[in-house]
Design a protein around this ligand. Sequence first.
Ligand SMILES: Cc1cc2nc3c(=O)[nH]c(=O)nc-3n(C[C@H](O)[C@H](O)[C@H](O)COP(=O)(O)O)c2cc1C
Length: 244
Amino acid sequence: MNAVLDLLMGHRSIRKYKKQSVEEEKVKAIIEAAQWSATSGHFQAYTIIRVNDSQKRQAISELAGGQKWVVECPLFLMFCGDLNRSKKNWQGIDPKVLSNTEFFTMATIDAALAAQNAYTAAASLGLGGVYVGGIRNDIKAVSEVLSLPEYVYPLFGICLGYPAENPGLKPRLPMDVIYKVDDYNDSEDSTLIAAYDNEILDYYKKRSDGKIQDTWTTRSGGALMAKTREEVGPALREKGFCLK
Ligand SMILES: Cc1cc2nc3c(=O)[nH]c(=O)nc-3n(C[C@H](O)[C@H](O)[C@H](O)COP(=O)(O)O)c2cc1C
């Protein structure tokens, strides 16, 4: 329909990159595009940390479960929810107000919107990349690596670079499962998801030469059971979030 829609509907994560650095003017454009995302109450409650230091990259890669693209990508950006600026600026206000779960939610949404703007901007400049939420395996350790103060928490990284692979599109759920009108009627969902499971089974088989036999249901269910990340809540509370 148009170039923006083509870009959005052509998305697939890229985990292999050419050994070609990303031009600084492109980096600046990506960050500026992130800044132009909508932001709750104009708080702009996020900070993006570009990680160049190879030891820090290595540490983050390991904390994320050994994701080598964190080390290999030319550009790695960490997206953090950030209420530290609010804490510093609201001198007259009880800082405990920031412990309200609403403000955590707001900062998380702000960071995610900025990240997707950055990701899309990067794609429009010929780059590819992948989000790395695996860093939430250990929010505390990642915070130490990046010297994040109280009221700043790491949400995910994004690896970016010029693509050195060309994977196929990973099929999405049927639209009627995720798009409803007027109320939450999920009576047809299980039938639609059963058909989708077959589609995903085919996708994984093709992509892995038959080695992966997962469906969407088994894969996402398995991930939920394996990655409980029970430390996320305590780590966030230690940083001052979600206390009420
Ligand atoms: C917030 C977030 C965190 C993610 N974390 C990881 C990750 O740690 N490692 C990884 O390889 N992919 C990660 N992904 C990529 C997803 O696995 C991927 O987007 C999904 O499987 C759909 O595939 P596609 O992006 O190729 O369409 C993450 C995606 C998002 C949005």
